[in-house]
Design a protein around this ligand. Structure first.
Ligand SMILES: NC(=O)c1ccc[n+]([C@@H]2O[C@H](COP(=O)([O-])OP(=O)(O)OC[C@H]3O[C@@H](n4cnc5c(N)ncnc54)[C@H](OP(=O)(O)O)[C@@H]3O)[C@@H](O)[C@H]2O)c1
Length: 346
């Protein structure tokens, strides 16, 4: 089969090459998927270098080809989406076939396109781990008990942030306050937040959050951007016993002695020192299994609307340009996906 291997050229531009490699063999707990559409994520350009090119994609949508001996829940021909194990250096979603653990694979309903499904896996598991494991918020299926929980999400128009708002709505958190910029209409359109604060040229974000909280105690904040100073206005409003979680390591000092806990999606598969501990990963590996089943249900019932997409021209050959645009922060509130069958040279 063919896969796309990417690396940086001497000028830091992402370049790619189609390479003939063997079809991967699923391990006992894995699913082998014929990839129809691959998604993309910022990490696909962040972890490559100029030396060894590799297939850095992890978001898969396609059809089950075969399953490992310990996988009772999938059969050849099933339509699925899946999150591949990150940074494996061999294999990945930029290919005709890819392997993923069954725990991070989920069925997709007939009426959901592979293009839309490819936007879900990595980002959804990130949000699941961040909100329900690291922030320990009540899961969407938990019975509502007492006052609704306020939540502030910084970066409501990043793929991670918008997905967090969707799960926050499913969980019934309120008030739901978010900070976003030029793409904020995607939040308003689906009523995914009670208050949207524009971060652009705004020195009063902390004050605006305070006003929106209306004297309610803030115990949970999620920074879905995590580039300084995003966490500052969150920490400034957080209760002394509150928790702040983000998606990039955050080194800057924060108000009131708060620390940002880094939530790492890879924790659902394995330990990635120093990002997570063995104990965290053990719990997160159980969590993703349960979360996959919940994802299947809300997709089947039409309770989860997928991210806006842009289909890259040229299949796998369009991915390097897509990754360059992600790197230049030119992609706004949209997921770039590629259809494998449109690749010239397969
Ligand atoms: N820890 C993990 O496991 C994990 C998992 C997934 C992603 N990540 C990381 O999370 C980050 C976001 O990834 P993503 O895929 O969600 O990104 P993305 O969808 O590519 O984010 C694009 C959006 O970023 C927003 N943005 C740009 N500057 C901003 C600012 N100063 N404040 C708030 N929002 C701003 C823009 O919103 P507007 O158009 O509204 O301005 C834009 O639409 C990346 O750094 C990624 O590497 C980490």
């Amino acid at each position: 089969m063919k896969e796309l291997q990417v690396k940086n050229d001497a000028n830091g531009k992402v370049v790619g090459q189609l390479v003939e490699v063997p079809i991967p063999t699923p391990g006992p707990n894995d699913v082998l998927i014929k990839v129809a559409v691959t998604g993309t994520n910022p990490k696909d350009w962040k972890y490559i270098n100029t030396e060894k090119a590799f297939n850095s994609g992890d978001d898969i949508a396609g059809t089950v080809e075969s399953v490992g001996e310990n996988v009772p829940s999938f059969r050849p021909g099933d339509r699925v989406a899946a999150f591949h194990v990150m940074l494996t250096q061999t294999g990945g979603s930029f290919a005709e076939y890819a392997v993923a653990p069954a725990t991070t694979t989920f069925h997709i309903p007939r009426n959901l396109s592979f293009e839309d499904a490819a936007t879900i896996p990595l980002v959804a598991y990130t949000v699941g781990i961040a909100l329900y494991q690291d922030l320990a918020l009540p899961a969407p299926w938990a019975r509502k008990d007492g006052e609704p929980v306020p939540l502030v999400v910084y970066g409501g128009t990043t793929s991670v942030g918008l997905t967090a708002l969707k799960f926050a709505r499913l969980s019934g958190f309120s008030p739901l306050i978010t900070i976003a910029g030029g793409s904020k209409d995607v939040i308003a359109r689906d009523n995914l937040a009670d208050v949207i604060i524009d971060y652009r040229n705004n020195p009063n974000i902390a004050e605006e959050i305070k006003k929106a909280l209306n004297r309610k105690e803030l115990l949970h904040a999620f920074d879905a951007f995590s580039e300084s100073p995003s966490a500052e206005p969150l920490a400034a409003n957080l209760s002394p016993k509150g928790k702040l979680v983000g998606i990039l390591p955050y080194k800057q000092e924060l108000p009131n002695g708060h620390k940002l806990k880094f939530a790492y999606v890879g924790s659902g598969h394995q330990v990635y020192p120093p990002y997570n501990t063995e104990e965290e990963s053990k719990a997160d590996q159980d969590f993703v299994q349960v979360f996959s089943s919940y994802l299947e249900k809300i997709l089947r019932e039409g309770r989860f609307k997928t991210h806006p997409i842009e289909v890259l021209p040229g299949g796998l050959n369009g991915i390097p340009e897509g990754l360059n645009r992600l790197k230049q922060q030119k992609v706004k509130a949209s997921k770039l996906v590629a259809r494998i069958a449109e690749t010239q040279g397969l």
